[in-house]
Design a protein around this ligand. Structure first.
Ligand SMILES: Cc1cc2nc3c(=O)[nH]c(=O)nc-3n(C[C@H](O)[C@H](O)[C@H](O)COP(=O)(O)O)c2cc1C
Length: 330
């Protein structure tokens, strides 16, 4: 039988399937269900920096201050309004989740600045989190802010977190970054141990009949995995960070794709909302079957097989345009 065990952020996982931060992992009950269904690890639903900021400044805990908030936060808040944590409550969630399962529990903080939450990160670690995932999503708010300034904020956030905690840190990024390689390298140098590529933001759309802005399908499709595969394949083996593929992982073969690109783990959310928690078992069965048919005895045997690092001549993931597709790929 194929051995699905892997390591991620220095943690031992029984398999590479990680449940991504979402409402399925918002409390010990949900986390236990995921573990019982076979998950290798869980990322808890994020605590939003805005929540920490509100608690420490004594602001009214309502959406009244919404205009000061990052738009993504507001959308999550609006969608999940019944399930937002207070900061104390989050610490209690971390410890109760740790007590209820024996798989790694990764806490998640959604942050847009390096202020406010340093002390809080220490408390999250003290509550027993095995690692911290920083979901950083900085929206360029003005016409004057430069790419360098924004990327510097990412780096400062990771430096601040590194000073605050000893546990491993992963950074979850969105795909809208100009130089993904350099930013990931800088985040590694700042003390990050892992890169989660990529977050899927809530997508606004326009209802042309009701003449209003509304939210598009909150769930991904498997086709969206291509973005993570490209960057993980290009960077794994070149930067000493643990990659976790996210967005578009729906099946065992999607996990296989992520491993072949060079990921250590693959995070899943949408497929669980769409098919229920038994999908975890189906994904793992399919992964194991694929490993056996392909002759991979361990996850490490498959990891990075199709990365550029191991296939230096391959340009497939490096091209942005279609010309090669039109004239035929070698
Ligand atoms: C209902 C819902 C809530 C989510 N909440 C969070 C969150 O609190 N923090 C976070 O980093 N990502 C959050 N996400 C994003 C997921 O963790 C994941 O990155 C994204 O859904 C892409 O993965 P998928 O294709 O498997 O769905 C949420 C997603 C959904 C659908």
């Amino acid at each position: 039988m194929a051995d699905l065990a892997t390591t991620y952020l220095g943690l031992e996982l029984r398999n590479p399937l990680v449940i991504g931060a979402c409402s399925l992992t918002m409390d010990a009950k949900g986390v236990k269900k995921c573990a019982d269904a076979g998950a290798g690890a869980v990322v808890l639903k994020s605590l939003f920096e805005e929540q920490i900021r509100m608690n420490s400044s004594g602001l009214d805990n309502s959406l009244a201050a919404e205009e000061q908030w990052h738009s993504e936060v507001f959308e999550y808040m609006e969608a999940d309004i019944g399930m937002q944590y207070g900061t104390r409550e989050y610490l209690a969630v971390v410890s109760s989740c740790k007590e209820s399962v024996d798989i790694p529990v990764i806490a998640s903080i959604n942050c847009v600045s390096a202020e406010w939450w340093q002390e809080y990160a220490t408390e999250v670690a003290a509550a027993g989190a095995d690692a911290l995932e920083l979901n950083i999503a900085i929206m360029p708010e003005t016409l004057t802010v430069t790419s360098e300034e924004i990327e510097e904020r990412y780096v400062q956030i990771v430096q601040t977190a590194r000073e605050a905690v000893d546990i491993p840190i992963a950074v979850k990024l969105g795909p809208y970054i100009t130089s993904v390689p350099q930013l990931i390298l800088r985040l590694r140098q700042a003390g990050g141990n892992g890169s989660v590529l990529f977050n899927r933001f809530y997508r606004p759309t326009i209802d042309p009949n009701k003449l209003c802005v509304t939210v598009d399908n909150p769930y991904s499709s498997p086709a969206e995995l291509s973005v993570a595969l490209r960057w993980i394949s290009l960077l794994s083996g070149k930067i000493a960070t643990d990659f976790s593929a996210a967005t578009g992982i729906h099946t065992g073969l999607d996990v296989a794709r992520a491993l072949l690109a060079g990921a250590r783990t693959a995070q899943i959310c949408s497929a669980l909302y769409m098919h229920g928690l038994p999908q975890i078992g189906r994904v793992l069965d399919e992964l194991e079957q694929w490993m056996e048919t392909s002759g991979f005895a361990t996850v490490a045997d498959a990891r990075g097989k199709l990365s550029q690092h191991k296939n230096p001549g391959s340009e497939l993931f490096g091209r942005c345009q279609y010309i090669k597709g039109l004239v035929g790929l070698e």
